[in-house]
Ligand binder design. Structure first.
Ligand code: PMT
Length: 404
């Protein structure tokens, strides 16, 4: 129970008589704590109004590529990335054919083609359409892509003929998804574990208007947080100043500014954590004497800034680590990556180090992609990966943590 809580579901509705049942399905998802974004084909609007669906989901329904009067673009790619699951219910023979063959002529099919998470298809059509070899072949193609087909039931159809083609009832579709996520989370060793993640930069003030910092955006950390929540973990991110945020409401975010504040927050959280992932780019130095008022330029020599070392948060937690806790660090390097990463694993008492290098184009700060090598304590060789979206890098890192 509760496996759909906090999940992001794209509910695709196509133009079939069973579209009226989609409202009941939507309600079940929302009652279970899921966030639902409805995407309708133009034909679906002939069967159920977008107003009903947006009222039930609390979000405007998406149907076109852009809003005609404002020109606002609806990104099918963003929706595909946001989703933990896409459910197409009802799925007509026409939409199933388009999905099987990549005919991306509407918002629903383009979103389907961009979806990285599991897709569930609940066909609904007349018995002869259902039995037609083209439908059978198209459904087989969808199965071969890894999509889940929620078989239609036998019964009286809209045509009053009796046979196979009735969309599975909303309760059945809901249970199918709930059981799917229950099984998936039960399979993850992170289920029910407490995960602490640091992310973003820290900001060390020079005076009230100036500071020392770096280019970290927090994207990598929030990708890790979202993925850990998907696996059923309880996640807290201690984040330095950044505009980035997790997609999942289930992630607790503690906002801090400086390395000292980040250390204090982490020491509070770490004793209760099973896993800690140090992804923040912590400023190694702070100004010894912060000015209380703005340092004036006119009539003054440029000030000499005296710096003092900030505490090493990862090393502090490494020294306080108790048996059974897993501590993971990052190493951001420009040269000598493997040697530096292994040195950090030793000095900071880490169980695993994720190396990323600014020498790799598209890796490191502020990008949506990263290229990492993962060093595990005791393993002879690092695990190496190609350049990938940070969402996928996060999955690779959590897989490696699970293997520990
Ligand atoms: O936030 P993004 O824009 O998505 O960019 C992601 C990232 C590049 C910031 C991330 O992938 C990354 O590499 N984070 C670690 C950056 C870093 O500071 O690396 P480092 O090699 O200097 O530090 C080694 C480890 O010690 C890190 O786990 C770091 O969090 C930790 N550390 C460092 C210094 C310090 N005072 N305290 C620490 O805890």
């Amino acid at each position: 129970m509760g496996a759909l809580k906090g999940k992001h579901i794209v509910l695709g509705i196509t133009g079939g008589i069973a579209a009226y049942k989609s409202a009941a399905l939507l309600r079940l998802f929302v009652k279970a704590g899921a966030e639902v974004q409805v995407v309708m084909t133009p034909a679906a609007k002939e069967f159920i109004t977008p107003v009903t669906l947006s009222a039930l989901s609390g979000k405007p329904v998406v149907s076109e590529f852009f809003t005609a009067n404002t020109g606002e673009w609806h990104s099918h790619v963003d929706l595909g990335l946001w989703a933990d699951a896409m459910v197409i219910a009802p799925a007509t023979a026409c939409t199933i054919a388009k999905m099987a063959n990549g005919v991306a002529d509407n918002m629903l099919v383009t979103t389907y083609l961009s979806a990285r998470e599991p897709v569930f298809v609940a066909p609904a059509m007349d018995l002869d359409m259902m039995a037609h070899p083209s439908t059978t072949r198209n459904l087989d193609l969808l199965r071969s892509y890894g999509n889940h087909i929620i078989e239609p039931a036998e019964g009286e159809l809209a045509s009053h003929l009796v046979g196979k083609g009735r969309m599975e009832e909303p309760e059945g579709i809901f249970r199918y998804l709930e059981e799917y996520f229950e099984r998936r989370e039960a399979a993850s060793p992170l289920k029910g574990r407490k995960v602490l993640i640091t992310g973003g930069p820290t900001v060390e003030r020079i005076d009230p208007v100036r500071y020392i910092s770096n280019f970290s955006t927090g994207k990598m950390a929030f990708a890790l947080a979202d993925e850990a929540v998907r696996r059923g973990a309880e996640v807290t991110v201690v984040a330095g100043p950044t505009t980035a945020a997790p997609s999942h409401k289930g992630v607790k975010v503690v906002r801090v500014e400086s390395a000292l504040e980040m250390l204090a927050a982490c020491r509070g959280e770490f004793p209760g954590s099973d896993v800690a992932i140090m992804c923040a780019a912590v400023a190694d130095y702070r100004v010894k004497n912060q000015a209380a008022t703005k340092i004036k330029r006119e009539g003054h020599e440029p000030p000499a800034l005296e710096l003092v070392a900030n505490p090493d948060i990862a090393a502090t937690l490494g020294a306080e680590k108790r048996p059974g806790q897993i501590l993971v660090g990052f190493a951001l390097e420009t040269d000598n990556g493997p040697a530096n990463a292994l040195g950090k694993m030793e000095r900071k008492n880490l169980d695993m180090v994720v190396l990323n290098s600014l020498a790799d184009k598209g890796a490191g700060f502020a990008t949506d992609t990263n290229r990492v090598a993962i060093f595990r304590r005791g393993a002879e060789e690092p695990m190496t990966f190609p350049l990938k979206p940070k969402t996928e890098v996060a999955a690779d890192i959590l897989n490696a943590i699970e293997s520990l």
